[in-house]
Write a protein that binds this ligand. Sequence first.
Ligand code: SER
Length: 341
Amino acid sequence: MRKPAVLVTGANGEVGYGLIENFNKQKLEMDVIALDIRKLEKGLRDKVSAAIVGDILDENLLQRLVSEYEIHAIYHLAALLSTRAEFTPDTAHRVNVDGTLNLLRLAHEQARWHGNPVKFLFPSSIAVYGLPSVGAKKETGRVREKQWNFPTTMYGCNKSYCEHLGRYYALHYRQLAADASPSGVDFRAIRFPGLISAMTLPSGGTSDYAAEMIHAAAQGNPYACFVSEEARIPFMVMPDAIKSLVDLAAAPADKLSQRVYNVSSFSLSAAELRDRVVKAFPDAKVTFEPDLPRARIVDTWPADVDDSPARSDWSWQPDFDADAAFDKYLVPAIRKRYADG
Ligand code: SER
């Protein structure tokens, strides 16, 4: 008999790393199938049941997967992030949209096959917002899910559209078919702020300056920040990001009043980040050399988000505010990481 499995795409990325560690600690009952375009990191390999190297655009590979495993949940993390996507927008669209459609289709086929809903967890992003000016950004403050949905990046457009695709699969799939029945895809999305991990560095994103700054300081390297001191967006540390995904996955379906949720924990300007980094690593050399086109993207993202629906529907509560994020997680864990080599 095929064992029930959880599929994690983009398993080698930052969120994948944290999620697989979490599944391992929780002693998840189901098999964990990791899929990534690159070979899974050594440290993760013995924490999954199978590590598959392959492309989410390869439909033959996906078909092979479903012939071997009975998939009950998909954490679809694979994506090209916002900076990288601006250099190759067509490829980004293929990976971020066509890839997501392939996985939604797979979820639907699996649900039909084993007769149970397939949970589909999707990391969306603050990049789905597009504030027209720094003035509007200041005036607006905390943005609710339905405000300012005018992304200015390919990545933001892709994430926004995939939120709609997921909602369509969950609620309206083939609504005109004579035998119309629910698709079985239980789509749930979280709009993440900039994520900071002590264990890994992001690649290809536009919120990467926060993680880059602190990791550079811990290694004794100078860092030239590519946004200005005033640039402000919400951030979250990786343990809270993983907690939000796992909590949303576990929430009873009848408690969810929407399919897409903001989550937030703290908001910092780049200068405030620098001050915290310098306090922890007094020799840190941080300068500001804004790369204007990239900095402009950050200016279109909200300074903070309103996450009250997540708090009331599934009791979302971050464990780390800015002080705890630095004092209890980032600084000790990053110090240890580089001291250990
Ligand atoms: N962190 C992402 C990026 O910078 C936004 O979701 O692209």
